[in-house]
Design a protein around this ligand. Structure first.
Ligand code: NI
Length: 193
């Protein structure tokens, strides 16, 4: 009996221990982020290996990771990738460049000059009003468009080096936030069609 209890405790301890890769950049992530290119390859659903990454739920970034050189580089390269002439997107999520971490870049249509901004550990924390249909596409699903129901008025919460912060977002930017946050959970807009 005691042996069974000890075994159960041991199993529970193993189950609760985080994977070593979760709290720090892995060697693979570092290699991908630190590669010499200024932009990163965008993963496609048409490639089987890419598809697995696109369907994987992402891990949260720790405070230490947020202040790391890898994070700074990843943010810079995600911005360069989504704005590159080949991509010309309005948003991108880290899994689309092969990094299973909760980071997104969003074009802020609601701000002067429509700047692109990067949000680590982004999540939708409130929605208001009814969902409305609107056309969407995705850099990882070329040559396809589809109408998706999304909220037009949301709150997003994300991390800063000083702590978490919440912001209200309306209109097209709110749609982009929902599309990109879905990517962090392995969800693609085509799942709704
Ligand atoms: Ni997308």
């Amino acid at each position: 009996m005691n042996k069974v209890i000890i075994t159960l405790f041991a199993l529970a301890a193993v189950a609760c221990a985080p994977k070593p890769s979760e709290n720090t950049w892995t060697a693979e992530e570092k290699a991908l982020i630190e590669a010499s290119d200024s932009t990163m390859r965008v993963l496609l659903v048409t490639d089987q290996k890419d598809s697995i990454v696109l369907r994987t739920a992402c891990d949260t970034l720790t405070k230490e990771m947020l202040t790391s050189e890898e994070y700074r580089l990843l943010a810079e390269k995600m911005l360069a990738t989504v704005q590159s002439p080949e991509q010309d997107g309005v948003g991108i999520a880290a899994p689309q460049v092969g990094i299973s971490r909760r980071v997104i870049a969003v074009m802020r249509y609601d701000k002067e000059g429509r700047p692109f901004e990067v949000y680590p550990n982004a999540k939708i924390t409130a929605v208001r009003g009814e969902k409305e249909l609107g056309p969407e596409g995705c850099l990882s699903i070329p040559g396809r468009r589809g109408d998706v129901l999304r909220y037009r008025d949301i709150d997003i919460t994300y991390s800063t080096p000083q702590g978490d912060t919440t912001e209200s977002v309306q209109g097209y930017s709110a749609i982009i936030f929902q599309h990109e946050c879905d990517h962090l959970d392995g969800v693609l807009y085509t799942d709704y069609l």
